[in-house]
Ligand binder design. Structure first.
Ligand SMILES: [Ca+2]
Ligand SMILES: [Ca+2]
Ligand SMILES: [Ca+2]
Length: 339
């Protein structure tokens, strides 16, 4: 009985402590600065209300620090060079760039020429949140992330001259949620590079895609070439990839013989020029749960056993592939493949 009472006392103390932390967090939130930006605003305004907005996002960014929220009022914001997010928020006080009042502001980079240095948003900082934006016509990636703990959600990325959203060069613990990336095309290389989403070329751990859609991109829908760490993908779609010299895979989950144990759940690939789900020389083991390939040239193509362990396919469905599936070195449970 005594032990139980002591347990209750400890529990009570824990709840009180938790309450204290919550209180601190609310205090921190109360100190948040909100800036408003509008294409018809003026940088000599104070930017502190929707009626006195700044004109330039870059001006608002120059005043932003951990805990700042920037609201972009409806309209089109034109850029001819990348927006570089180099500073950082914190886990309890991220820096946010948000839409306002249900509208979708357009961030238009058509002033950029097609060149690998002309990205849209370039995020090397940590703890940024971008939400509710349309991003278009960047001269390279629409969004490029090398930083950590960033969140991109409810954005629409289109018609950029390389991959719509790319993570590389150590990017870790970033979460991409409900983003659509479509009609990206690198004309300079006849479409061979522009994916919908990429986590490739040396990422760190902990990156997640959820409920994202890649459609009509010239190269691949999702590309994890030479990732170097595992990516988790939930409920994402990759459809109709492959224009010009593009490879045309839905989910390209490997490359360059690195062992990256990616996890895909509830994903679907439809109508891609080449493969719906493609191992692409990944030497790690891949786990696919509840994934569906429909009407791709090959729906599932995993021709090599992993260097250790086994691939795991559970509840996966292959429908109307033009050529047969190939799966080697896998534990297959409750799937309908056409091998
Ligand atoms: Ca490029
Ligand atoms: Ca390619
Ligand atoms: Ca690619």
């Amino acid at each position: 009985m005594k032990k139980v009472k002591r347990g209750i006392r400890i529990l009570t103390a824990c709840f009180m402590l938790a309450g204290l932390f919550q209180f601190n967090e609310i205090s921190a939130n109360a100190a948040t600065t909100y800036y408003y930006v509008s294409p018809s605003g003026n940088d000599s305004n104070n930017g502190l209300s929707k009626d006195t907005p700044f004109k330039n996002l870059t001006y608002a960014l120059s005043k932003a620090s951990a805990g700042t929220t920037i609201f972009l009022l409806n309209g089109t914001y034109n850029f001819s060079s990348p927006i570089k997010l180099t500073s950082s928020g914190t886990s309890s006080a991220p820096i946010k760039i948000l839409n306002y009042n249900g509208h979708t502001p357009v961030i238009d980079f058509s002033g950029e020429s097609e060149s690998s240095s002309n990205r849209g948003f370039q995020i090397s900082g940590n703890y940024w949140v971008l939400a509710g934006l349309k991003i278009q016509y960047a001269g390279d990636n629409g969004i490029y992330i090398s930083g950590n703990y960033n969140r991109i959600q409810d954005c629409y990325i289109t018609k950029c001259c390389d991959t719509g959203l790319q993570m590389s060069n150590g990017a870790s613990y970033n979460r991409i949620t409900r983003v659509t990336s479509t009609y990206n095309y690198d004309s300079a290389t006849n479409g061979e590079n522009a994916d919908g989403f990429a986590a490739k070329l040396s990422i760190g751990p902990g990156n997640v895609f959820e409920n994202c859609i890649a459609e009509h991109n010239s190269d691949d829908g999702f590309d994890f070439y030479y990732a170097g760490n595992a990516v988790s993908v939930y409920n994402c779609q990759a459809n109709y990839s492959g224009v010009g010299d593009g490879n045309g895979n839905g989910f390209k989950v490997g490359g360059n013989y690195t062992a990256d144990n990616h996890y895909l759940e509830g994903c679907s690939a439809t109508g891609n020029k080449l493969r719906g789900f493609d191992q692409n020389n990944n030497t790690g083991y891949l786990t696919l749960v509840g994934c569906t390939g429909t009407g791709n040239y090959v729906n599932f193509y995993f021709p090599k056993a992993p260097s250790s362990g086994s691939h795991k396919f559970t509840d996966c469905i292959s429908v109307n592939g033009k050529s047969k599936d190939k799966i080697v070195g896998a534990t297959i449970t409750n799937c309908s493949f056409n091998q």
